[in-house]
Design a binder for this molecule. Structure first.
Ligand SMILES: [Zn+2]
Length: 468
């Protein structure tokens, strides 16, 4: 048996690992899109280091595009096997892949238009289209958490809740071999305890080999302040005291529903001012519907909440906006309001218009609630930039910029170590760290060795390792 690291090696996107069994069958773990800017990785999304038609099974840890974003291309290029994932991941992946296809079609269209204008002989094709996403729909197989699923030839698969996003799972695979059953693990992305809505991450069974994420190796998240109080304070200052508008850039899946649920609680406590709140992102609207239908992923707190409020994602003054004209109309309305829109880093989408229209008024505020990559407008604002550029024009930052740090969906180092604490140090032969930049990985590797784990490796892209 061997494993090849086909993505997310020394970087945080493009998750993809290929397990080749002794009998030659191939199991792919995740098939993610590379979303970084490294020029060496330019062709990563377009090419394969294996033959898609040779893969027998794809096991998907969760629906984030950096884990699922190349599935339609994998299918287009010849993969015919089942895509095994949890029920919620199956539903969520479909709308996220549709969104991804739409963005890629638009992107290719824009580049072709630009090429024609510059009279350049180039033609850009989207990586896949909406039709390609439709075509892979029937290969998705939803499974429940916590039950060993029998696969052909004695293989068994187990998903346990990873507490990272709705439907996220760690993956454990039992593979029969000459020396008895061997157990292979893949953490997927490790979530956090005590986050709203989702259950806490559940430790994996003991494994022989483990692929482990390492996003926040060496890092610790600041202790969560009372988020309800923090959110209420920003809303009160912006919308009540200053009579302004609060703009919240947020990822459509996960972050948006957490914020909406927190506001729903404030409404029930009588602590949210009586002002309109808009969720302005078609993907967020669709994702919220999927959150509503997958209560198997809910933690005890939200289950209890449902007893007194049947809809944790809705109240009278909350408006979900799909339509472009309705989105534009938000700007024409006067008076205080809260607008939650995507993208979370203010790099694309409707949020660009909302930031542009509201950044010049000191009564308003922009609340940054998530990670913003270097080079994004979100990162510029968080750094305290005095001006920003949107659609080629420069804008003075007069609105106040606020931050809430505690919304990360990834565990920090201590939380990742806790997640692995139950693993048997004698049984676990090797941990492969992926999904992290080198500095984070080195620190996490050291911490794991300090905790008694025998062998921790940092595989390189394309590296193939025998599993003994
Ligand atoms: Zn993720």
């Amino acid at each position: 048996m061997d494993v090849t690291f086909c993505g997310a090696a020394g970087t945080v996107t493009g998750s993809c690992h290929l397990l080749t069994l002794d009998d030659g069958r191939k199991v792919l773990f995740d098939c993610g899109l590379y979303q970084g800017y490294d020029l060496d990785m330019k062709n990563f999304n377009k090419t394969w280091t294996f033959c898609p038609s040779d893969v027998d099974f794809l096991i998907l840890s969760h629906a984030h595009i950096d884990h699922s974003g190349r599935i339609p291309k994998l299918v287009k290029d010849g993969f015919k096997g089942p895509i095994l994932c949890t029920y919620a991941t199956r539903d969520l992946a479909m709308i996220m892949l549709m969104d991804s296809a739409f963005i890629q079609e638009k992107d290719a269209e824009y580049k072709n238009k630009r090429a024609r204008k510059r009279k350049k002989e180039e033609h850009h094709e989207p990586l896949y289209t909406i039709e390609d996403v439709e075509a892979c729909k029937n290969q998705f197989v939803g499974l429940g958490y916590g039950e060993w699923f029998d696969m052909p030839d004695g293989m068994q698969l187990l998903f346990r809740d990873a507490g990272h996003i709705l439907g996220s799972a760690s993956v454990t695979l039992r593979v029969p071999s000459e020396n008895g059953m061997r157990t292979f693990g893949f953490t997927g992305d490790i979530g956090r305890s005590e986050r709203p809505i989702l259950k806490d991450p559940e430790p994996m069974p003991h494994v022989d080999h483990l692929i482990c994420e390492s996003t926040y190796g060496g890092k610790s998240h600041p202790a969560a302040p009372d988020e309800l109080d923090g959110l209420e304070a920003v809303i009160d200052e912006t919308c009540v005291q200053n009579g302004g508008r609060l703009i919240i850039p947020a990822f459509s899946v996960g972050r948006t529903q957490e914020i909406v649920y927190m506001m729903d609680q404030l409404v029930n406590l009588g602590r949210l001012p009586d002002i309109p709140v808009y969720v302005d992102s078609p993907l967020a609207v669709n994702a919220t519907e999927i959150f509503r239908t997958h209560s198997e992923c809910y933690d005890r707190e939200i289950m209890q909440y449902l007893m007194m409020d049947p809809d944790p994602f809705g109240w009278k003054k909350l408006h979900y906006v799909r339509d472009v004209d309705q989105s534009k109309a938000i700007n024409e309305k006067k008076g205080p309001a809260i607008i939650i829109s995507a993208s979370g880093m203010i790099t694309a989408g409707r949020i660009l218009h909302h930031v542009k229209n509201n950044i010049g008024d000191e009564r308003n505020a922009i609340l940054i609630v998530g990670y913003c990559a270097e080079g994004s407008i979100g990162a510029d604002l968080a750094r305290g930039a005095e001006t920003i550029r949107i659609f080629g024009d420069e804008y003075q930052v007069k609105a106040r910029v606020k931050r809430m740090h505690s919304f990360s969906a990834h565990g920090d180092q201590e939380e990742m170590l806790d997640f692995l604490e139950n693993q048997d140090r004698d049984k676990l032969k090797e941990i492969f760290l992926v999904h992290g930049v080198e500095e984070r990985q080195k620190q996490f590797a050291q911490a794991l060795e300090d905790r008694g784990f025998k062998k921790v490796s940092l595989p390189e892209l394309g590296q193939r390792v025998q599993l003994h």
